[in-house]
Write a protein that binds this ligand. Sequence first.
Ligand code: ADP
Ligand code: G3P
Length: 494
Amino acid sequence: MSRFIGAIDQGTTSTRFIVLDREGAIVARDQREHRQIYPRPGWVEHDAAEIWTNTRAVIEGALTKSGLKPRDLAAVGVANQRETTVLWDRATGAPLHNALVWMDTRTQPQVDRLVAQGVGEAIRAKTGLPLATYFSALKLAWLLDAIPDARVKAEKGEALFGTIDSWLIWNLTGGRHAIEATNASRTQLMSLRTLQWDDDLLRLFDIPRACLPEIVSSSDVYGACVGGIDGAPLAGALGDQHAALLGQACLKPGDAKNTYGTGCFLLMNVGETPHVSTQGLISTLAYKLGDAKPLYALEGSIAIAGALVQWLRDNLGLIDSSDDIERLARSVPNNGDVYFVPAFSGLYAPRWRGDARGIIAGLTRFSNKGHIARAALEAAAFQTREVLAAMVADAGVEIAALKVDGGMAANDLLMQFQADILDAPVVRARQLETTAIGAAYAAGLAVGFYASLDDIAAHWREDRRFTPNMEPEERLRLIASWEKAVERSLGWAI
Ligand SMILES: Nc1ncnc2c1ncn2[C@@H]1O[C@H](COP(=O)(O)OP(=O)(O)O)[C@@H](O)[C@H]1O
Ligand SMILES: O=P(O)(O)OC[C@H](O)CO
């Protein structure tokens, strides 16, 4: 058998291709950012064609750099930004509109209408998801209404819906219309228990069944690849946060990880039965490997984490690169009483307040850019604390230590502050690319490259453990001020 596994990690800001060996070590890697398109306040779009072009480019880049050939890959897996909604033409394969990105808030009026109809609880009971702009169903309905003839074409199966995994599976296999189950669980159209499209939900959201893809398992051979890795089996896909759960070897109930990327997503494995949250968390599929029973997870989703660092870089020009934020934040000894609530897309878990908007609170003549940098980093930690507290209350389990990964987890200052504000150890994985690694595991398991979950669990390695070192009074003071700032952010967008 070939000696390597490939994984595409199609994230909110960039696309990567990595190649792993059997021990889980990365032997090749390439990455490209794509355009973030903001047509109006609150709207966020991606060009799906650009994403496919970048996917091919990073595959070629990684193979060229390492001198590997497609035949060296035993299989390829996909991890992807979830909920982002693509509609394309079956005949031409061309997108009919820019993709609506998960953090886009244009469907808030439709959310409000459904909330007023009182259907929120029924939807949550079936899908595990609250009514929010975050999920795909309302984005798809918006596209079907906004694009001329789209609804008619969708009813005839001539316009096809997919999340980014579907879009890549379609292109990589030369035309298979499929969606992987964890991604389908984020559309708000699938029953979490049956893992099938649900007729009541299709009626409620007014979605024609003919445009929907076939739901497939997270680990299975979907087809042979084209697009630069010709012939390699495409054998696994997972929503990126589910992939990170697998990549962090969170395989048993109670195992949890937090991924700090564009947003921040804390997932805990809850075993073979979905856990209905009473604390504002999402009940979601963890993964469905081949014919094995599906496993479920509780999730706390935070929309803006690393995206705030990018915003300081791109919109304010405060830093040149994301890494620079640590140095800027270290230029001051503390936050100087400045708090940044990054409610750019409202607030997600556990508050679900679509009416919140971003604010910086506590500014005085003393405040400087170091304080703002520090407040931006601390925002991810404060939000994580809220989500973790909700998870502990919901599931009734203590999390002894939080496993972390993602681009922002490289930031030592943030990780130490996270441990301090949680009053719990934070354990950084040696490999921060756990998302791509999880996708590689799913694909590798499907083709027998990895023998079992035990085989992959043995690959996990600790990089560094951050131990809490903050006085309780100081922690409580900081949390109280953060909560005051959050109160100020609510009710801004009406
Ligand atoms: N050293 C750092 N400190 C803080 N944030 C960082 C650092 N390095 C990267 N980031 C942030 O992490 C995010 C990239 O992480 P990544 O896991 O690649 O995200 P995604 O998969 O969402 O594209 C970006 O938003 C970037 O601003
Ligand atoms: O692109 P990421 O890694 O921030 O992940 C985005 C999430 O999948 C959105 O639900």
